[in-house]
Design a protein around this ligand. Structure first.
Ligand SMILES: Cc1cc2nc3c(=O)[nH]c(=O)nc-3n(C[C@H](O)[C@H](O)[C@H](O)COP(=O)(O)OP(=O)(O)OC[C@H]3O[C@@H](n4cnc5c(N)ncnc54)[C@H](O)[C@@H]3O)c2cc1C
Length: 411
């Protein structure tokens, strides 16, 4: 990749060595953020939530803060470190990116947000890989900077794990397409300007070959976004109804009939992206602090649980790093993404279960004692990421069939 020719300011035009890069990162981060408190103390009001439970306005404010930060990073050359300068990236290596991510974690940053993650880490790389030159020019940089947001319109009421069974239809109109159908579990659709949609365009061929991908403007006539109120209070998800939505053929991504390939590409990026969200919920350091505050660190079973959480957290980070190296060498997302996602989601569960076993009944009732009831949000949120982007069972099928070459499951 081409190094960033300084359009963004803080990162040099030449590929700089990792140590020099690290110094630049620290100088820039010091200028823009506060250092995170370290040490054994627990914040008075710790937040281990994996998903948000906010009102619409609170959610909007959270997204705006995440977008501002993403833009600042991209403009300084730290937001799209491995991307080429033509996309506003820094053109550096996965090692540079790892250094930056590790350093940024030492500072207090705005919360990341699913809608921003979907736009930056799923849709931008998919369009970069499979879009026409015109589409790449139109979408990639605005998505990396989050000037515009894009949601993922894949799942349907009857098509989740079996995505190829989807029934939303796109019919050719001559110079474009007319779309009819329903999507569900569309995270952030109410805040997005665009949706990456997979629809059925041919019912006469095998289901995997009869689908096509499109970019849909979410303000197009006929697009109706209906937030789903979750029992926990928030409305992260939506149903999206599409009634006679007309779009030009220039918004088709890939060839007609290539929708499955587009979906697999996005899902590959999604698995890796999910595995990278190490900041979601409580982590192994939080768990150690919890055990210390309860005075149970001498218990060998507790020590084993703490060690397991730390080991798998490290394994998860290494999987992400390995994947990033492969991606940079031009490889398409492979089975590593599934392994990384599985290791990460299993550890989310492991950490939640450990916290519950340490706390016992204290995790059930909000007594006002800090660092106790807060863990409930981790425990209840972890199953969500064990489903999103392909459930644990589906990741195991992918690893078994595509990675290990085991016989395919009977279908
Ligand atoms: C937090 C979250 C965010 C999401 N965001 C989005 C989004 O933005 N856009 C979007 O399009 N979708 C989104 N989804 C939907 C998600 O992709 C689907 O929920 C997921 O693919 C599973 O599909 P399903 O819910 O239809 O479950 P089903 O496919 O009905 O599966 C039900 C259960 O059966 C198991 N199962 C199914 N098939 C097999 C098999 N062959 N072998 C073994 N077990 C199997 C599954 O693992 C699961 O445990 C989101 C989901 C969550 C939880």
């Amino acid at each position: 990749m081409t190094p960033n020719p300084g359009a963004s300011g803080s990162v040099d035009a030449q590929v700089i060595d990792v140590d020099a890069f690290s110094e630049k990162c620290v100088a820039w981060l010091d200028e823009h953020l506060d250092r995170r408190e370290t040490g054994p103390a627990v914040a008075a009001d710790p937040n281990y939530a994996i998903f948000h439970n906010h009102t619409h306005d609170e959610e909007r404010a959270l997204i705006d803060a995440a977008r501002d930060w993403q833009r600042k990073r991209v403009d300084a050359g730290f937001g799209a470190i491995t991307w080429g300068s033509e996309w506003g990236g820094a053109g550096l290596t996965a090692s540079h990116e790892r250094v930056y991510v590790g350093l940024e974690r030492q500072y207090t940053t705005p919360d990341r947000h699913e809608t921003v993650l979907v736009t930056v880490e799923l849709v931008a790389p998919t369009l970069h890989a499979l879009g026409t030159e015109e589409q790449r020019q139109r979408f990639v940089r605005p998505f990396l900077r989050t000037d515009e947001l894009c949601c993922q319109l894949f799942s349907e009421p009857g098509a989740g794990s079996d995505l190829a069974g989807l029934s939303t239809k796109a019919a050719a109109t001559g110079d474009g397409w007319r779309i009819n159908g329903q999507k569900v579990w569309s995270s952030g659709a109410q805040f997005s300007e665009w949706g990456l949609l997979i629809a059925r365009t041919d019912t006469t061929v095998a289901k995997h070959r009869g689908m096509t991908a499109f970019m849909v403007p979410m303000d197009a006539p006929g697009v109706d976004v209906r937030p789903i109120r979750q029992s926990s209070g928030g409305s992260t998800f939506n149903e999206v109804f599409l009634t006679d939505v007309e779009i030009p053929d220039s918004l088709r991504i890939g060839a007609e009939g290539d929708g499955w390939k587009v979906a697999l590409t996005t899902l590959g990026f999604e698995r890796n992206s999910s595995a990278g969200i190490v900041s979601a919920g409580g982590n192994s350091a939080d768990l150690v602090r919890l055990a210390k505050s309860l005075g149970i660190t001498d218990d060998p079973l507790v020590r084993q649980q703490l060690a397991d959480a730390a080991i798998y957290e490290r394994a998860s980070a290494l999987m992400v790093a390995r994947y990033a190296e492969r991606e940079q060498s031009g490889a398409v997302p492979g089975v590593e993404g599934s392994i990384g996602k599985l290791v990460w989601t299993q550890n989310l569960k492991r950490i939640g279960d450990a916290a519950a076993s340490f706390l016992g009944p204290k995790i059930l009732a909000d007594t006002g004692e800090p660092n106790t009831f807060a863990w409930t949000e981790h425990l209840l949120g972890a199953p969500g990421y064990r489903i999103a982007g392909g459930s644990d069972e589906i990741q195991r099928n992918i690893i078994g069939e595509r990675g290990l070459g085991l016989p395919r499951e009977p279908r």
